[in-house]
Write a protein that binds this ligand. Structure first.
Ligand SMILES: [Zn+2]
Length: 171
């Protein structure tokens, strides 16, 4: 049981093993993008670009530094690997298990700090203990996002008993 207040609703997102860290970061940005109050300015000359290209340009603006490297000091969020390591019960005191992603011993989450080209498959192969890979979005203080959409989602209500337009069910 969790003492944490449950936030919003679950959604299934599929991240393929063949994806690179970059593809994963792009997809996660695409998923949270509707929560942002304002979009990054990608320049006025870019009117007739497709969604995929727009996504890339916005991502670059927010998450890449001037050298084209992933910028951990970006203003939106940190992507973290949720720390679900088992505790080592065999010792006198509960010892923190060494994190198999970064090799350090730490209690909190691990930064998703992989190079762009590393595949999800090779990240999964780092895991010594059998468990799921869980990712967490840690919003930066002051990130301009509307988290109320998650707390109180506005669902569209439909009446399943209503007659359909195709005349399926008659009253
Ligand atoms: Zn770690």
């Amino acid at each position: 049981m969790s003492h944490l207040q449950s936030l919003g609703y679950s959604r299934l997102h599929i991240f393929r093993k063949s994806w690179t860290a970059k593809q994963l970061r792009l997809r996660i940005y695409e998923i949270v993008r509707p929560l942002m109050y304002s979009m990054p300015d990608i320049g006025r000359t870019r009117k007739n670009i497709g969604n995929a290209e727009r996504l890339q340009l916005e991502y670059k603006k927010i998450f890449l530094d001037s050298n084209g490297e992933y910028d951990f000091d970006n203003s939106l969020y940190d992507l973290e690997i949720h720390n679900n390591l088992p505790y080592d019960q065999g010792l006198m005191f509960n010892r923190i298990t060494q994190c198999d992603f970064c090799g350090m011993e730490h209690k909190d989450n691990c930064q998703f700090a992989f190079q762009d080209t590393v595949t999800l498959d090779s990240i999964l192969s780092l895991m010594k203990y059998d468990r799921e890979l869980e990712l967490t979005i840690n919003w930066k203080a002051g990130a301009r996002v509307n988290l109320k959409q998650f707390e109180n989602p506005q669902f569209h209500k439909i009446n399943l008993n209503a007659p359909t337009a195709s005349g399926g069910k008659k009253q």
